[in-house]
Design a binder for this molecule. Structure first.
Ligand SMILES: Cc1ncc(C[n+]2csc(CCOP(=O)(O)OP(=O)(O)O)c2C)c(N)n1
Ligand code: SF4
Length: 280
Protein backbone atom coordinates (compact mmCIF):
# COMPACT_ATOMS: atom_id res chain seq x y z
CA UNK A 1 0.00 0.00 0.00
CA UNK A 2 1.40 3.42 -0.87
CA UNK A 3 1.66 6.27 1.64
CA UNK A 4 -0.95 8.18 -0.35
CA UNK A 5 -3.52 5.45 0.23
CA UNK A 6 -3.13 5.28 3.99
CA UNK A 7 -5.38 8.27 4.61
CA UNK A 8 -8.98 7.42 5.33
CA UNK A 9 -10.25 9.62 2.49
CA UNK A 10 -8.65 7.71 -0.39
CA UNK A 11 -10.67 4.67 -1.55
CA UNK A 12 -8.57 1.51 -1.62
CA UNK A 13 -8.34 -1.01 -4.42
CA UNK A 14 -8.07 -4.79 -4.15
CA UNK A 15 -4.35 -4.41 -4.86
CA UNK A 16 -3.93 -2.34 -1.67
CA UNK A 17 -4.94 -5.39 0.36
CA UNK A 18 -2.27 -7.64 -1.24
CA UNK A 19 0.95 -8.01 0.74
CA UNK A 20 4.39 -8.32 -0.85
CA UNK A 21 4.56 -12.05 -0.04
CA UNK A 22 3.98 -14.26 -3.08
CA UNK A 23 1.65 -17.21 -2.39
CA UNK A 24 3.36 -20.60 -2.51
CA UNK A 25 0.28 -22.63 -3.34
CA UNK A 26 0.51 -25.20 -6.16
CA UNK A 27 -0.21 -23.74 -9.61
CA UNK A 28 -3.96 -24.05 -10.19
CA UNK A 29 -4.93 -24.26 -6.50
CA UNK A 30 -8.37 -22.74 -5.89
CA UNK A 31 -7.01 -20.72 -2.97
CA UNK A 32 -5.40 -18.17 -5.35
CA UNK A 33 -8.82 -17.21 -6.52
CA UNK A 34 -10.17 -17.07 -2.96
CA UNK A 35 -7.35 -14.68 -2.05
CA UNK A 36 -8.42 -12.39 -4.90
CA UNK A 37 -12.00 -12.61 -3.66
CA UNK A 38 -10.87 -11.52 -0.18
CA UNK A 39 -9.04 -8.46 -1.50
CA UNK A 40 -11.85 -7.56 -3.88
CA UNK A 41 -14.44 -7.90 -1.10
CA UNK A 42 -12.41 -5.71 1.27
CA UNK A 43 -12.08 -3.00 -1.38
CA UNK A 44 -15.82 -3.18 -2.12
CA UNK A 45 -16.64 -2.89 1.58
CA UNK A 46 -14.54 0.26 1.87
CA UNK A 47 -12.80 -1.08 4.97
CA UNK A 48 -9.12 -0.42 5.69
CA UNK A 49 -6.26 -2.85 6.41
CA UNK A 50 -5.60 -1.17 9.75
CA UNK A 51 -9.21 -1.82 10.80
CA UNK A 52 -9.35 -5.40 9.59
CA UNK A 53 -7.95 -8.66 11.00
CA UNK A 54 -7.79 -12.01 9.23
CA UNK A 55 -7.28 -14.94 11.58
CA UNK A 56 -6.43 -18.51 10.55
CA UNK A 57 -5.29 -21.91 11.80
CA UNK A 58 -3.00 -24.28 9.89
CA UNK A 59 -3.26 -25.63 6.34
CA UNK A 60 -2.61 -24.42 2.81
CA UNK A 61 -5.81 -22.36 3.01
CA UNK A 62 -4.79 -20.93 6.39
CA UNK A 63 -1.80 -19.18 4.79
CA UNK A 64 -4.09 -16.39 3.58
CA UNK A 65 -3.34 -13.80 6.32
CA UNK A 66 0.31 -13.58 5.19
CA UNK A 67 -0.78 -12.54 1.72
CA UNK A 68 -2.89 -9.63 2.95
CA UNK A 69 -1.97 -6.16 4.26
CA UNK A 70 -4.61 -6.31 7.01
CA UNK A 71 -3.68 -7.46 10.49
CA UNK A 72 -3.24 -11.20 10.51
CA UNK A 73 -2.96 -14.02 13.01
CA UNK A 74 -1.76 -17.43 11.79
CA UNK A 75 -2.41 -19.48 14.91
CA UNK A 76 -2.55 -23.14 15.82
CA UNK A 77 -4.44 -25.87 13.99
CA UNK A 78 -8.20 -25.77 14.53
CA UNK A 79 -8.26 -22.88 16.98
CA UNK A 80 -8.77 -19.89 14.70
CA UNK A 81 -12.36 -19.27 15.81
CA UNK A 82 -11.42 -19.10 19.49
CA UNK A 83 -8.66 -16.58 18.76
CA UNK A 84 -10.93 -14.57 16.47
CA UNK A 85 -13.80 -14.45 18.97
CA UNK A 86 -11.42 -13.17 21.66
CA UNK A 87 -10.10 -10.55 19.28
CA UNK A 88 -13.54 -9.36 18.21
CA UNK A 89 -14.81 -9.14 21.79
CA UNK A 90 -11.75 -7.17 22.86
CA UNK A 91 -11.73 -4.97 19.75
CA UNK A 92 -15.31 -4.69 18.46
CA UNK A 93 -14.20 -1.88 16.16
CA UNK A 94 -12.25 -4.33 13.95
CA UNK A 95 -13.71 -6.25 11.02
CA UNK A 96 -12.75 -9.85 11.83
CA UNK A 97 -12.63 -12.52 9.13
CA UNK A 98 -11.48 -16.09 9.77
CA UNK A 99 -9.93 -18.28 7.06
CA UNK A 100 -9.88 -22.05 7.38
CA UNK A 101 -9.86 -25.39 5.55
CA UNK A 102 -12.09 -28.43 5.93
CA UNK A 103 -9.46 -30.22 8.02
CA UNK A 104 -8.69 -27.22 10.18
CA UNK A 105 -12.31 -26.15 10.54
CA UNK A 106 -14.35 -29.35 10.67
CA UNK A 107 -11.94 -31.92 12.07
CA UNK A 108 -9.67 -30.59 14.79
CA UNK A 109 -11.70 -27.37 14.93
CA UNK A 110 -15.15 -28.98 14.65
CA UNK A 111 -16.17 -28.30 18.22
CA UNK A 112 -15.17 -24.64 17.95
CA UNK A 113 -17.19 -24.36 14.74
CA UNK A 114 -20.45 -25.43 16.39
CA UNK A 115 -19.98 -23.20 19.40
CA UNK A 116 -18.96 -20.20 17.29
CA UNK A 117 -22.26 -20.57 15.40
CA UNK A 118 -24.08 -20.79 18.72
CA UNK A 119 -22.33 -17.78 20.25
CA UNK A 120 -22.97 -15.60 17.23
CA UNK A 121 -20.07 -13.20 17.69
CA UNK A 122 -20.05 -10.68 14.83
CA UNK A 123 -17.42 -12.12 12.47
CA UNK A 124 -17.15 -13.95 9.16
CA UNK A 125 -15.93 -17.52 8.80
CA UNK A 126 -14.63 -18.53 5.37
CA UNK A 127 -13.79 -22.21 4.87
CA UNK A 128 -11.92 -23.29 1.74
CA UNK A 129 -13.26 -26.81 1.36
CA UNK A 130 -11.28 -29.16 -0.92
CA UNK A 131 -12.44 -32.39 0.74
CA UNK A 132 -8.86 -33.27 1.70
CA UNK A 133 -5.93 -32.29 3.96
CA UNK A 134 -3.78 -30.60 1.31
CA UNK A 135 -0.88 -29.40 3.43
CA UNK A 136 -0.15 -32.80 4.96
CA UNK A 137 -0.32 -34.58 1.60
CA UNK A 138 -3.76 -35.93 1.05
CA UNK A 139 -5.39 -37.51 4.10
CA UNK A 140 -9.21 -37.69 3.99
CA UNK A 141 -11.06 -34.92 5.83
CA UNK A 142 -14.60 -34.85 7.28
CA UNK A 143 -15.98 -33.74 3.89
CA UNK A 144 -14.14 -36.42 1.86
CA UNK A 145 -16.45 -38.74 -0.02
CA UNK A 146 -16.61 -42.18 1.72
CA UNK A 147 -15.47 -44.01 -1.42
CA UNK A 148 -12.53 -41.76 -2.30
CA UNK A 149 -9.75 -44.23 -2.97
CA UNK A 150 -6.20 -43.01 -2.34
CA UNK A 151 -2.82 -44.25 -1.20
CA UNK A 152 -3.54 -43.05 2.34
CA UNK A 153 -7.09 -44.43 2.45
CA UNK A 154 -7.17 -47.49 0.19
CA UNK A 155 -10.75 -48.27 -0.79
CA UNK A 156 -11.99 -45.10 0.90
CA UNK A 157 -12.84 -44.43 4.53
CA UNK A 158 -16.41 -45.68 4.26
CA UNK A 159 -17.43 -42.83 6.57
CA UNK A 160 -20.39 -40.59 5.84
CA UNK A 161 -19.47 -36.97 5.26
CA UNK A 162 -19.90 -34.10 7.70
CA UNK A 163 -22.46 -31.54 6.47
CA UNK A 164 -21.01 -28.13 7.40
CA UNK A 165 -23.87 -25.94 6.18
CA UNK A 166 -26.58 -27.97 7.90
CA UNK A 167 -24.54 -28.12 11.09
CA UNK A 168 -24.04 -24.33 10.95
CA UNK A 169 -27.81 -23.87 10.62
CA UNK A 170 -28.59 -26.25 13.45
CA UNK A 171 -26.01 -24.56 15.68
CA UNK A 172 -27.33 -21.03 15.07
CA UNK A 173 -25.13 -19.31 12.46
CA UNK A 174 -26.73 -16.07 11.28
CA UNK A 175 -25.70 -16.29 7.61
CA UNK A 176 -24.96 -19.45 5.63
CA UNK A 177 -23.66 -19.45 2.06
CA UNK A 178 -21.81 -21.63 -0.42
CA UNK A 179 -19.46 -20.26 -3.10
CA UNK A 180 -17.10 -21.66 -5.71
CA UNK A 181 -13.49 -20.49 -6.08
CA UNK A 182 -13.85 -20.68 -9.87
CA UNK A 183 -16.29 -17.76 -9.65
CA UNK A 184 -14.14 -15.06 -7.98
CA UNK A 185 -16.67 -12.27 -8.54
CA UNK A 186 -19.55 -14.27 -7.03
CA UNK A 187 -17.28 -15.34 -4.16
CA UNK A 188 -16.14 -11.81 -3.37
CA UNK A 189 -19.75 -10.57 -3.41
CA UNK A 190 -20.66 -13.34 -1.00
CA UNK A 191 -17.77 -12.57 1.36
CA UNK A 192 -18.74 -8.87 1.31
CA UNK A 193 -22.38 -9.75 2.11
CA UNK A 194 -21.25 -12.05 4.90
CA UNK A 195 -19.14 -9.28 6.46
CA UNK A 196 -22.05 -6.83 6.20
CA UNK A 197 -24.43 -9.25 7.93
CA UNK A 198 -24.32 -8.83 11.73
CA UNK A 199 -23.45 -11.90 13.79
CA UNK A 200 -21.62 -15.09 12.85
CA UNK A 201 -21.55 -15.50 9.06
CA UNK A 202 -20.37 -18.70 7.45
CA UNK A 203 -19.21 -18.97 3.83
CA UNK A 204 -18.18 -22.39 2.57
CA UNK A 205 -16.07 -22.08 -0.60
CA UNK A 206 -15.51 -25.09 -2.84
CA UNK A 207 -11.80 -24.57 -3.56
CA UNK A 208 -10.15 -27.35 -5.59
CA UNK A 209 -6.93 -29.03 -4.46
CA UNK A 210 -5.49 -29.79 -7.88
CA UNK A 211 -2.56 -31.76 -6.45
CA UNK A 212 -4.27 -34.37 -4.26
CA UNK A 213 -7.74 -34.20 -5.83
CA UNK A 214 -7.06 -33.40 -9.52
CA UNK A 215 -10.57 -34.61 -10.38
CA UNK A 216 -11.86 -31.46 -8.63
CA UNK A 217 -10.89 -29.52 -11.77
CA UNK A 218 -14.26 -30.82 -13.01
CA UNK A 219 -16.14 -29.01 -10.23
CA UNK A 220 -16.63 -26.07 -12.59
CA UNK A 221 -19.00 -28.26 -14.62
CA UNK A 222 -20.99 -29.27 -11.55
CA UNK A 223 -21.53 -25.96 -9.74
CA UNK A 224 -24.67 -23.92 -10.37
CA UNK A 225 -26.62 -21.15 -8.67
CA UNK A 226 -29.03 -22.65 -6.14
CA UNK A 227 -32.55 -22.62 -7.58
CA UNK A 228 -34.00 -21.38 -4.27
CA UNK A 229 -34.14 -17.85 -2.83
CA UNK A 230 -32.39 -16.89 0.40
CA UNK A 231 -34.61 -17.80 3.33
CA UNK A 232 -34.82 -16.60 6.93
CA UNK A 233 -36.14 -20.00 8.02
CA UNK A 234 -33.24 -22.24 9.15
CA UNK A 235 -35.34 -25.42 8.97
CA UNK A 236 -36.28 -24.69 5.37
CA UNK A 237 -32.64 -23.99 4.43
CA UNK A 238 -31.50 -27.17 6.21
CA UNK A 239 -34.14 -29.29 4.45
CA UNK A 240 -32.96 -27.99 1.10
CA UNK A 241 -29.29 -28.51 1.89
CA UNK A 242 -29.78 -32.02 3.24
CA UNK A 243 -30.86 -33.17 -0.19
CA UNK A 244 -28.75 -31.05 -2.52
CA UNK A 245 -25.61 -32.49 -4.11
CA UNK A 246 -23.22 -29.98 -2.53
CA UNK A 247 -22.76 -27.92 -5.70
CA UNK A 248 -25.53 -25.34 -5.37
CA UNK A 249 -24.09 -21.92 -4.60
CA UNK A 250 -25.66 -18.84 -3.10
CA UNK A 251 -26.74 -17.26 0.16
CA UNK A 252 -28.95 -20.03 1.52
CA UNK A 253 -29.89 -18.50 4.84
CA UNK A 254 -29.84 -15.06 6.41
CA UNK A 255 -31.11 -14.66 9.95
CA UNK A 256 -31.70 -11.81 12.36
CA UNK A 257 -30.20 -13.05 15.63
CA UNK A 258 -28.61 -10.30 17.64
CA UNK A 259 -24.81 -10.71 17.77
CA UNK A 260 -23.35 -11.74 21.10
CA UNK A 261 -22.27 -8.77 23.15
CA UNK A 262 -20.52 -9.37 26.47
CA UNK A 263 -21.79 -7.45 29.43
CA UNK A 264 -19.78 -4.27 29.88
CA UNK A 265 -21.89 -3.18 32.85
CA UNK A 266 -20.87 -2.51 36.42
CA UNK A 267 -18.09 -4.81 37.57
CA UNK A 268 -17.09 -5.90 34.04
CA UNK A 269 -13.40 -5.50 33.37
CA UNK A 270 -12.17 -3.62 30.31
CA UNK A 271 -9.62 -5.45 28.09
CA UNK A 272 -6.93 -2.94 29.14
CA UNK A 273 -7.53 -3.77 32.83
CA UNK A 274 -7.33 -7.49 32.11
CA UNK A 275 -4.01 -6.96 30.31
CA UNK A 276 -2.57 -5.35 33.42
CA UNK A 277 -3.00 -8.67 35.20
CA UNK A 278 -0.56 -10.28 32.76
CA UNK A 279 2.10 -7.55 33.00
CA UNK A 280 5.54 -8.93 33.88
C1 LIG B 1 -2.21 -30.01 16.41
C2 LIG B 1 -1.86 -30.32 14.99
N1 LIG B 1 -2.25 -31.50 14.46
C3 LIG B 1 -1.95 -31.78 13.18
C4 LIG B 1 -1.23 -30.89 12.42
C5 LIG B 1 -0.87 -31.25 11.00
N2 LIG B 1 -1.68 -30.56 10.02
C6 LIG B 1 -1.26 -29.40 9.46
S1 LIG B 1 -2.32 -28.81 8.31
C7 LIG B 1 -3.35 -30.14 8.53
C8 LIG B 1 -4.60 -30.33 7.71
C9 LIG B 1 -4.98 -29.16 6.90
O1 LIG B 1 -6.07 -29.47 6.11
P1 LIG B 1 -7.12 -28.39 5.69
O2 LIG B 1 -7.57 -27.59 6.84
O3 LIG B 1 -8.19 -29.10 4.93
O4 LIG B 1 -6.30 -27.39 4.78
P2 LIG B 1 -5.71 -27.47 3.30
O5 LIG B 1 -4.24 -27.71 3.50
O6 LIG B 1 -6.39 -28.57 2.55
O7 LIG B 1 -6.02 -26.12 2.75
C10 LIG B 1 -2.86 -31.02 9.51
C11 LIG B 1 -3.53 -32.27 9.93
C12 LIG B 1 -0.86 -29.67 13.00
N3 LIG B 1 -0.20 -28.72 12.30
N4 LIG B 1 -1.16 -29.41 14.28
S1 SF4 C 1 -1.68 -29.12 -1.85
FE1 SF4 C 1 -3.73 -28.68 -2.66
S2 SF4 C 1 -4.60 -27.17 -1.25
FE2 SF4 C 1 -2.37 -27.20 -0.93
S3 SF4 C 1 -1.55 -25.58 -2.28
FE3 SF4 C 1 -1.48 -27.51 -3.40
S4 SF4 C 1 -3.40 -27.57 -4.58
FE4 SF4 C 1 -3.65 -26.05 -2.95
Amino acid sequence: MTAATTTATVPLTAQDFKSDYKPIWCPGCGDYSVLSSFTRAFATLGIRPENTAVVSGIGCSSRIPAYLTSYGFHGVHGRSLAAAAGLKLARPDLTVVVASGDGDGYSIGGNHFMHACRRNVDMTYVVMDNHVYGMTKGQPSPTTEPDWDSKLSPGGTGLRTFHPLVIALAAGANFVARAFAGDPKGTSDMIAEAVRNPGFSFVEILSPCVTFRPEQREWKKAVRTAPVPTTDDPARAARYLMTDDGFNTGILYRGERKPYQPSMGKGAKKPADLEKGFAI
